[in-house]
Design a protein around this ligand. Structure first.
Ligand code: FO1
Length: 309
């Protein structure tokens, strides 16, 4: 069996990671997660995408919201509000425990890989979930009027301001997580996460950028666009604002230098010709993951294709 590395953002990535975790042994699966959305809030280190992947694999995620924990309570937030504290970023009581432990372990000198492993152990998750880097990379969104931190853009302003560009502060000083040895992987899968804000911070890192460009035969993209729209989050809105077509074809353009294979939904099969013309191989399979079965089925379909290619 081949070794698989997933490059993963939040919700869409976590769903596929869950599917893979159900069909592959832990020894053959590593999940490298975007940390560009991380920020310090109320004195706590919050890693939203790592949390989403962790909670999803622990079967403790809030499926309706896509982030945070299931059966959450909000006593702390209500109390904070009464005292005039900052409540635009919602921290549930159970979720808070994760951020407190992470912040404490960071203060004790552990790195984010060690801490994520520790949290996996405490949640009973047997998976190799790792941050993309140990150095801080902070995603900023350039909007028409001002530069917003990612969480301000995403949560405070609900992705409303039109996007013109992205800035990844700290990227020039960061390297891809050295505990992930890329040469050990036969297949690298770009999850159906937002290419601009969830995947780009990962693939622009020193230590992976050149490797992907030189090994495109190992790299596959699972399209975040199905039926010419994004399933969740602002991907299609951002594409429109950047003047791009909301299409798998535009996704192919985005990943042109990095990947050789694209997994496409049959609803977008009218674009296959254009994508093949760019030099990509494609495999058509249902990409919508709205229950556990479809997450496993997608992972299985990708696995079957890549294992025998
Ligand atoms: N997303 C929201 O839309 N509103 C929130 O208040 C919010 C709180 C939050 C707390 C912890 C956490 O781990 C994630 C949280 N998210 C929230 C999700 C997060 O901002 C985004 O899903 C990701 O950054 C995008 O991938």
């Amino acid at each position: 069996m081949k070794n698989y590395l997933l490059l993963c953002g939040g919700v869409g990535g976590a769903k596929l990671a869950l599917g893979f975790s159900k069909i592959l042994p832990n020894s053959n699966l590593t999940i490298a997660v975007n940390t560009g959305d991380d920020f310090n809030h109320l004195g706590l280190k919050i890693c939203p995408d790592l949390d989403t992947v962790l909670y999803t694999l622990a079967n403790q995620s809030d499926l309706s919201k896509g982030w945070g924990r299931s059966n959450e309570s909000w006593e702390m937030l209500a109390a904070l509000k009464k005292l005039g504290g900052e409540t635009w970023f919602q921290l549930g009581d159970k979720d808070l425990a994760t951020h407190i432990i992470r912040t404490q372990l960071l203060a004790n000198g552990k790195n984010l890989s060690e801490i994520t492993q520790e949290l996996c152990d405490r949640f009973g998750v047997n998976a190799n979930i790792l941050p993309m880097s140990h150095e801080p990379v902070e995603t900023y969104i350039q909007t028409q009027n001002r530069l917003l931190s990612f969480q301000e853009y995403f949560v405070k302003f609900k992705c409303d301001p039109p996007v013109t560009d992205f800035v990844f502060k700290g990227l020039d000083k960061a390297v891809f997580n050295p505990s992930i040895n890329l040469t050990l992987f036969d297949e690298i899968i770009v999850c159906p996460s937002n290419p601009f804000v969830s995947i780009n911070p990962i693939i622009q890192l020193d230590g992976i950028n050149q490797y992907l460009k030189s090994n495109t035969h190992k790299v596959s993209v699972v399209s975040p666009i199905v039926n010419s729209k994004s399933l969740k989050g602002p991907t299609s809105k951002i594409m429109t604002e950047l003047g791009l077509d909301v299409s798998v074809n535009a996704i192919a353009d985005f990943y042109m230098d990095y990947a050789k294979t694209i997994f496409v939904d049959s609803l977008d099969s009218h674009q296959l010709h254009q994508i093949h013309d760019k030099g990509f191989e494609t495999h058509t399979t249902p990409l919508v993951m709205n229950n556990l079965e479809s997450k496993i089925q997608l992972a299985q379909s990708i696995f079957n294709y890549l294992e025998t290619k």
